[in-house]
Design a protein around this ligand. Sequence first.
Ligand code: ATP
Length: 259
Amino acid sequence: MSAISVRNVWAEFGDQIVIEDLNLEIASGSFVSVVGPSGCGKSTFLRMVLGQDRPSRGKLLLDGEPLPDEPGSDRGVVFQRYSVFPHLTVLGNVLLAYELGQSRFLGRLFGAARKKAIERSEELVAAVGLGPHRDKHPSALSGGMQQRLAIAQALAKDPKVLLLDEPFGALDPGTRAQMHALLKPLWERLGMTVIMVTHDLKEAFNLGTRVVAFDKVRHDPQAPGRFGARVTYDLDLTRHGPVPVLGFPRKHPVQATAP
Ligand SMILES: Nc1ncnc2c1ncn2[C@@H]1O[C@H](COP(=O)(O)OP(=O)(O)OP(=O)(O)O)[C@@H](O)[C@H]1O
């Protein structure tokens, strides 16, 4: 489990401000859903937590330490589009991810370590419901099955933090519901900190313990890039009572209900 601190973080590309002075404390083991209009910087935020992009200002801490500048095995990621290796079987894909997590430079394990890697990969393949398909290649899997494989691959690194960028966006509603039923118990069992970007509010509320909305609170019609997004809503779904609403005042506070 791992806590993430986002302190006065800005994301700027040239003179375009995408994220503006973002501050968030993400508790260890929480499941944070990030929502907001298209282009408000959700994926940029996720890439910064992944270590793929660096904030232009401010800092990100993982368990109180500065986040390493590049993606590491402490953070797993699943994107909307399948990111599995087409030439490897289901088991081969998970095994490779495990081996890369354990032996970053060689990418191979030997002897007892490899035996353990195979056992662990088999467990993960079974945990995402792909046991009967372990020897198939991704081209023989449906979209939902490929996304299950991508989740198993991300979990194979035994990440402290799992980052999900619209992971189920390309799936039909039925398969999406199946993926929710798979992910929630996995998260509860493995106790990871999860940050999930989604456009689907129902998904955000169903899965998250907290829903954070990003949006711009200031607009300059003459210069659209002049202001960036901030947190406009921050809903703790584990608590009853008035919800803090940031960014602009509301007449009637929204009540959060426990999931
Ligand atoms: N590397 C980059 N260079 C320049 N601009 C970038 C870069 N990465 C992101 N942006 C810009 O940052 C803005 C936010 O993009 P981002 O993908 O983070 O938004 P988003 O909220 O995830 O959008 P969507 O919901 O449509 O996926 C966009 O205007 C995008 O063009």
